[in-house]
Design a protein around this ligand. Sequence first.
Ligand SMILES: [Zn+2]
Length: 311
Amino acid sequence: MMFTRADNIKLEIPRAAIEAVFDECDRYNVDETGGRILGTYNAAGNRLSLTVNGVIEPGPNAQRTQTYFKQDGEYQEKVFRQIEDHLPSIEHLGNWHTHHVNGLHHLSSGDIQTYRRIVGHSKHNIDFFYALLVTEKVPGKTGLQRYLFKNYLMRRGDETVYEIAANDVSLVDAPLVWPIAKETMPARRHTPPRDTVVANADLVQDHDAISQFFTKVKTLQSKELGIYWRGDITLADGSDQEVVVLRDADTSVCSVTLRNPHANLEPVTKALGKNSFPSARAALIATERACNAQLVAELSHKKKRGRLWMF
Ligand SMILES: [Zn+2]
């Protein structure tokens, strides 16, 4: 089997997605298992960048043996449609499955045939298919080091099976649209709880908008704070202002703080402290506007004084 190293494909995967995949591998360490991978993508010419936003588990009626695995498509579609309602840009980017139970360290010819059929299918929405393959369990390792995985991509009308180079894969701290946090997921529930899907879709939208428009602001995660955002926003005068956006895990309401603000932004700091926002992107946009409005107000104040002095 020949795999070709891709030189024009970039992949961004949240650590939480890898964690969800590895958790599933831990549960089925004798049989093959897998799931669907959701996300968004950007294509420019031959260049492709994929952003993973979620992983749908095999579902309650999946069938597994050591060499055979069939997902519960009905369940997965139900989950997907609900996510899509709130995040229309979401796509089914591909699938993941594991070979750590059978010792094959790459895609099998059966896998490739299946993926070729999917990517060539007229109902497949996008002209590529992404496959994440868990290849082996690493003895003695924990966390994200406990398994090894490879990333493949197939394109419509192209026989080549591309392997995405490890240095084109970046692990990020970004929220997932699915699976939802374990503590909010009642055991053996077969339909997605609506409110949580909405909240998670909003987080993913935050991540997409912020990584596009506030490139210096990073999505972060900590045990104490949950998901939060931190980084510089560039103001109208070219200066950078560091901001932190916190999100209440129960209400999803966001608040924002300026870190070490310049003295002339004092009124903005006060006003922002009293406000709350429905999303992190709303908080950042409001902050940027308020800071810029303050800078412009200062500027026109100076100008007026200037004229008075001159005439
Ligand atoms: Zn396989």
